[in-house]
Design a protein around this ligand. Structure first.
Ligand code: IMP
Ligand code: MG
Length: 168
């Protein structure tokens, strides 16, 4: 086990409180990035005392089982207009940064009033492109992880309450 459920929840409570202050008095759109970001987003928004709508974006990247290729595909698009809106993008993990770079560019092309990105996990050592990340709950080493929304190479394990890593 790399990060326990209790530790995850504690980190999310702090980030939720911070976002509550930042967005005080605003009506925002929260976009969980599917599939991995769904569980983090579900817990995060319950720790945010902010008027918010939910939209979803889906992204997948072709690649080997534990490495993304950087070739990103949109698998699900939003339905509300994002123009003039304060958008909070919620992602499970930033690795090379290619997925977030693609998705942030897409959202910015729709002229939101603001865009912030929060991620649960950051594998800094693997970054290939600079991406703006407003908040990261945990920095982790370059290990393949799953659980708490993130899947294992076979596509299973998203329902584990803790974040775990494969044995060497
Ligand atoms: P990036 O485009 O390389 O930053 O990769 C981001 C995407 O790759 C994330 O949205 C995850 O879906 C996936 N990913 C990266 N590292 C891991 C991992 O350790 N476990 C599970 N998924 C991962
Ligand atoms: Mg993902």
């Amino acid at each position: 086990m790399l990060i326990s459920s209790a530790h995850i929840q504690e980190g999310i409570r702090k980030l939720g409180a911070e976002l509550t202050e930042i967005y005080a008095g605003r009506r925002i759109v929260v976009i969980p990035l599917l599939r991995g970001g769904f569980m983090f987003a579900a817990d995060l928004i319950r720790n945010m005392d902010v008027d918010l709508q939910i939209e979803f974006l889906g992204a997948a990247s072709y690649g080997e089982q534990t490495r993304s290729s950087g070739e990103v595909r949109l698998t699900l698009d939003t339905t509300l207009p994002l123009s003039g809106r304060d958008v909070l993008l919620v992602e499970d993990i930033v690795d090379t940064g290619l997925t977030l770079a693609y998705i942030q560019k897409l959202i910015k092309s729709r002229n939101p009033a603001s865009l912030r990105t929060v991620v649960l996990l950051d594998k800094k050592a693997r970054r290939q492109v600079d991406v703006e990340v407003y908040g990261c709950v945990f920095s982790i080493p370059d290990r393949f992880v799953f659980g708490y929304g993130l899947d294992s190479p076979g596509g299973y394990g998203r329902n584990l309450p803790d974040i775990v890593t494969l044995k060497d």
